[in-house]
Design a protein around this ligand. Structure first.
Ligand code: UDP
Ligand code: MG
Length: 307
């Protein structure tokens, strides 16, 4: 029988959590055709050995072992690409997500292409929650989407929604945004969140700054990835226009009143704006060429069905 569900779990130094988590998941998914894929992201503890031991007892439990620590996003990407199930379920290895939420998410999935968790009562420290609130606020403002919690790893996603989704950097936090951008319907379910009992958290406050830059990338990518010239060309034309207008004003001043222009900072600004504007337009052309190469052999759209 074909696999129904693929649970994908990136794990970096989570030796204490592997067995209890696998136990929980196996109980919840009993009677279903499932596989559990642990991706050992270059752990230096016995994470891999624990998964191998589990695999000896339960052939539905698999291991992908990275050569070194490539990061949670890379681990998730590897898991997605190996997943055989029609529905893919990423989650954390640290037991903060509760597998008992999966059945509710699956039934909600009947109306959507993906359902993401919302950790309404997060069991994390004050700072982590605080920074996460700020990040989610900026994301919602900038992208205009309504998903409350983009950082919750527990999600259920139809496999076809993941096709062609290449994750890099720390983009796993923006999977809901990327899916919606491709036209997939993303729902939301409130999930439990538990404190971490074993192992350490791998992230700190530096993530906020990086996260903010990531949000800008997402905003740019989802809005302008097929037409960068509109952004750069638009800015370029605007700057050039301002510069030219200032130039005309200065020339008129010179002709009409005979004023000297040599000591006018405005002249400098006018020249700067024209040069900057031209650069922006040219940059837009370059970006357009890059996009054409990027989309070679791959479409910029996603088809739901053909009749
Ligand atoms: N993780 C990983 N590679 C990394 C960092 C983290 O695979 O380089 C895994 C980690 O083992 C855990 C999940 O990603 O399963 C989330 O990490 P963590 O719990 O430290 O993040 P937090 O919940 O504190 O935001
Ligand atoms: Mg955690």
């Amino acid at each position: 029988m074909s696999t129904e569900l693929s649970v994908v779990i990136p794990a970096y130094n989570e030796e204490e959590n592997i067995e209890p988590l696998a136990d929980e998941i196996v109980k919840v998914l009993q009677g279903k055709q499932y596989e559990i894929i642990f991706i050992d992201d270059g752990s230096t503890d016995s994470t891999t050995e624990r998964v191998i031991a589990l695999n000896k007892k339960n052939k539905n439990i698999h291991l992908i072992q990275f050569r070194k620590n490539f990061g949670q996003t890379a681990a998730m990407d590897a898991g997605f690409k190996h997943a055989k199930g029609k529905i893919v379920i990423p989650m954390d290895a640290d037991m903060q997500n509760d597998p008992a939420d999966i059945p509710r998410m699956l039934s909600e999935l009947q109306n959507h292409d993906a359902v993401v968790g919302w950790r309404k009562n997060r069991a994390d420290g004050f700072f982590k929650k605080f920074f996460s609130k700020i990040a989610n606020f900026f994301r919602k403002r900038l992208t205009g989407e309504k998903i409350h919690d983009s950082g919750c790893t527990l999600r259920v996603i139809r496999k076809e929604a993941l096709n062609g989704l290449d994750l890099y950097g720390e983009m796993h936090r923006f999977i809901p945004s990327l899916l919606m951008w491709k036209g997939f319907d993303v729902g939301e379910v409130i999930v439990r969140h538990r404190p971490r009992h074993s192992g350490k958290t791998k992230y700190n406050f530096k993530r906020l700054l990086k996260g903010f830059l990531d949000i800008l990338v997402i905003k740019f990518w989802t809005k302008y990835s097929t037409r960068p010239i509109h952004l750069f060309g638009g800015l370029g034309l605007f700057f050039s226009f301002l510069g030219v207008a200032m130039g005309i004003y200065l020339v008129a001043l010179k002709v009409l009143t005979g004023a000297s222009l040599a000591n006018r900072p405005l002249l400098l600004l006018a020249v700067l704006l024209v040069v900057l504007g031209t650069q922006f337009v040219l940059f837009g052309f370059m970006a357009d060429i890059l996009v054409k190469t990027h989309y070679k052999g791959q479409t910029s759209y996603s088809i739901k069905r053909t009749l």
